[in-house]
Design a protein. Structure first.
Length: 219
């Protein structure tokens, strides 16, 4: 006597082969994206699949690596409404072949990426131009959270203020600065940069002329 397979002879609810192949194609194009983001792309094509189904397709095709399996956070800390607090930071220069990586501006409540710009430097003029555009598009936040880097912090200025932060205060924006050597204060923008780094490693660094287009596509 030997136990027979309990696998059903027919699986009428299984995803059609064509849809499954499309999921695999999108995942391979964007290996740094998970099932929820791929589901959004499929929705634009008129394909409606549950996130759990998309993830199972990833598993069947061995498209989930061990270090991608991370437990969900037990508790989230975020502001109650959009535009209450924005986090702003430059990514590190590693991998970008520049003195500094792109500038990121993130809403604390929604984690919406308001800006992702290849400014090429930390000069206040370029950062201010980005924020002026974002203010017109998305409104002005009540507060902004930044680290102790340039151009928003000046060790020689009153309370660390720079000309740029004085300009921000003139827009009725309250300023908050993270703790020294404590990037966890800006955890959301740091996590965003981790995803950006993963995309850069897996997709490859774009040509200089295509760098901003690459960032726009990622955003």
């Amino acid at each position: 006597m030997q136990e027979a397979s309990r696998r059903p002879h027919d699986s009428p609810a299984r995803t059609a082969a064509g849809l499954e192949q499309r999921v695999v194609e999108l995942r391979r194009q964007r290996p740094d994206w998970g099932a929820r983001k791929i589901r959004h792309l499929l929705g634009k094509e008129g394909i409606e699949l549950p996130t759990s189904t998309i993830h199972r397709i990833f598993l069947r095709h061995q498209l989930v690596r061990d270090w991608d399996r991370q437990p969900m956070a037990l508790r989230r800390f975020e502001r109650a409404e959009p535009n209450q607090l924005w986090q702003m930071d430059f990514q590190g220069a590693k991998g970008w072949d520049q003195t500094v990586g792109p500038l990121s501006v993130l809403d604390d409540h929604s984690r919406y990426a308001l800006a992702l710009e290849n400014t090429g430097s930390t000069q206040a003029r370029g950062v201010q131009a980005v924020l002026e555009r974002v203010f017109r598009e998305s409104g002005v936040p009540e507060e902004m959270l930044m680290d102790h880097g340039t151009p928003w912090f000046n060790t020689q200025g009153h309370m660390g203020w720079s000309q740029f932060t004085v300009w921000l205060m003139d827009q009725d924006v309250s300023l908050r600065f993270s703790g020294y050597q404590h990037p966890q204060t800006q955890g959301k923008v740091e996590r965003f940069h981790r995803s950006l780094t993963a995309a850069l490693l897996r997709r490859g660094r774009p040509e200089d002329s295509e760098r901003q287009n690459w960032l726009n596509d990622f955003r």
